[in-house]
Design a protein around this ligand. Structure first.
Ligand code: NAD
Ligand code: 4PL
Length: 244
């Protein structure tokens, strides 16, 4: 068990990749905070875990994120790992993106990461230990169409990951990104992205559909103590679709 007695927050964990990450961290022994704006979904996801608890949060709200971090520190005394997974996954041609859409995507997918890291950094630095894993996307490598604001936000997450790694390394906090490829989640299967599986599989080294369970083990490794010499990296977990 890689994460025995560790306290981990996974945002956007009510479904999809976040839920699979929460299940994997739980299986590795962590106490997992299933944090999502979908309170009911978070409760359901936390209920099936050995040591799960649900927290309702909107990662784009400073107040909401602050309350989440305070609650976890009050209850457990520390935060060992943060997985920034919550995001909106849109499908919209770039020239149909209006300013409102652009801001909503940046607020959730990029500013949300900033707010969550800022809320957990004090307990992590005081403990001299922390693991931050940001879920990016291989779209920043592939330049995938119909998600321009999303790709811009995820590119920001990639850059933020490297800069943060530099500033937090001396305090024992590692910061890495995991970049999944197209993955069969509730969000994707309920959107036009689902039409892309056949094409994307033809680009992968491993020609099958990516599942949430394919992403979680790499995240668990980066959340573990033994990954302490890995920081500032982005690992594409995409069946070999992109090879950077
Ligand atoms: P999903 O839409 O199935 O689930 C996203 C979850 O995030 C939902 O439970 C939703 O309620 C929550 N969420 C959204 N906005 C939130 C907010 N403001 N505050 C709190 N929670 C919020 O998504 P998914 O496909 O599982 O994607 C998970 C992560 O993986 C995202 O970061 C996404 O960008 C990334 N990703 C997904 C794919 C893919 O093909 N599915 C590929 C690459 C990267
Ligand atoms: C290759 O992050 O990485 C579609 C939807 N296709 O969200 C993604 C690819 C999508 C992706 C993604």
């Amino acid at each position: 068990m890689k994460l025995k007695d560790r306290v981990a927050i996974v945002t956007g964990a009510a479904q999809g990749i976040g839920r699979a990450i929460a299940e994997k961290l739980d299986a590795e022994g962590a106490k997992v905070v299933v944090a999502d704006q979908n309170a009911e979904g978070a409760e359901q996801a936390a209920d099936v875990l050995e040591r799960g608890e649900a927290v309702e949060v909107d990662v784009s709200s400073e107040e909401s994120v602050g309350a989440m971090a305070d609650k976890v520190v009050d209850e457990h005394g520390r935060i060992d790992a943060l997985v920034n997974n919550a995001a909106i996954v849109p499908f919209i041609p770039w020239d149909e993106v209006d300013l409102e859409h652009w801001r909503k995507i940046i607020d959730t997918n990029l500013t949300g990461v900033f707010l969550c890291v800022r809320a957990v950094q004090t307990p992590m630095r005081e403990a001299g230990y922390g693991r931050i894993v940001n879920i990016a996307s291989n779209t920043v490598l592939a330049g995938t169409p119909n998600m321009a604001a999303y790709v811009a936000a995820k590119g920001g997450v990639w850059g933020f990951t490297r800069a943060l790694a530099t500033e937090l390394g001396a305090d024992g906090v590692t910061v890495n990104a995991v970049a999944p490829g197209l993955t069969a989640t509730e969000g994707v299967l309920d959107s036009p992205h689902k039409e892309a599986f056949e094409f994307v599989q033809s680009l992968q080294a491993i020609p099958r559909r990516g599942e949430s369970e394919d992403i979680a083990p790499t995240v668990a490794f980066l959340c573990s103590e033994e990954a302490g010499w890995v920081t500032g990296q982005m690992i594409a977990v995409d069946g070999g679709h992109t090879r950077h």
